[in-house]
Design a protein around this ligand. Structure first.
Ligand SMILES: [Zn+2]
Ligand SMILES: [Zn+2]
Ligand SMILES: [Zn+2]
Ligand SMILES: [Zn+2]
Length: 204
C-alpha cells in the first residue's frame, strides 16, 4: 500500500530521456533568485581562498568589521548586520575606555583590581564620579561624621556630595548620557527579576 504514495509512478521512467530534451523550452527549474542564494561563508568570515574564481556571491564589505559579509540582495539582513556590528564595536570601545577609569576613592584602576568581584564600577544615579563597587558600598554603609544628617550623608557622592539614592553595579564605564541610561535600565530589569524571585530576594 505504501508504494502508491511514491511521487514517481513507474511508467514515467521510460520517458525520462525524452523529457530531458525539452528542458530548454520551459523556465529553468534550477534558477534561484540572488536574494535566495547564501553568500560565501569564507568571504563573510574574513577572506575567501578562491577569490574571483569563487562560485558563490561575495558579500559587500562591512566597513565596521572589515569583512565581506553584507548580502548584496538582502537589504534587511544588511541593515541588521550593520546595527549589530555597530553595537559590538561601541561595546568594545567602551570596554577599552573603561580600563583607564580610576576609582575616586582608592585611586586604583577599577578594572585592574585583583579579584573579579572587585573589578566592577559602582555608578551613582545623580553624578558621574567613578568608584569601584566596594569603595562606594563601604562609603555608603559607614557611619557618617557626627552632626550630619545620617541619610543624606550616606547617599551623597564622596566627591561632589550630590545625593544618589542607589548605586548601580556595572562591569563597564560609560562615555555618554545614553550609555549610562542603558546601564541603569538593564540593571533595573535585572533588579526586577531578583525581586520576583523570592529565594534571591531574601538572601540579600
Ligand atoms: Zn568565496
Ligand atoms: Zn560588520
Ligand atoms: Zn576604589
Ligand atoms: Zn559625584
Amino acid at each position: 500500500m505504501a508504494h502508491t504514495l511514491s511521487c514517481k509512478p513507474a511508467w514515467t521512467e521510460a520517458f525520462e530521456v525524452d523529457t530531458s530534451l525539452n528542458d530548454e523550452s520551459g523556465p529553468c527549474p534550477t534558477y534561484v533568485s540572488p536574494a535566495d542564494q547564501p553568500i560565501c561563508s569564507f568571504a563573510a568570515s574574513g577572506k575567501c581562498p578562491r577569490g574571483d574564481r569563487c562560485p558563490h556571491i561575495h558579500g559587500d564589505l562591512c566597513s565596521i568589521c572589515g569583512k565581506h559579509c553584507l548580502h548584496p540582495f538582502r537589504p534587511d539582513e544588511r541593515e541588521e548586520h550593520i546595527k549589530m556590528c555597530h553595537k559590538n564595536n561601541k561595546h568594545l570601545e567602551a570596554l577599552k575606555c573603561s580600563q583607564e577609569i580610576e576609582c575616586s576613592v582608592c585611586l586604583e584602576r577599577v578594572l585592574s583590581k585583583p579579584t573579579a568581584a572587585e573589578r566592577k564600577f559602582g555608578l551613582l544615579s545623580e553624578c558621574d564620579h567613578p568608584f569601584c563597587i566596594s569603595c562606594i558600598r563601604n562609603w555608603r554603609s559607614n557611619s557618617p561624621a557626627s552632626g550630619m544628617d545620617v541619610n543624606s550623608a550616606l547617599r551623597a557622592c564622596p566627591i561632589c556630595r550630590k545625593l544618589s539614592y542607589f548605586v548601580i553595579p556595572s562591569v563597564i564605564w560609560y562615555s555618554s548620557k545614553e550609555e549610562k541610561q542603558e546601564i541603569v535600565d538593564s540593571y533595573k530589569i535585572r533588579l526586577k527579576y531578583v525581586i520576583i524571585t523570592p529565594s534571591a530576594a531574601f538572601t540579600q
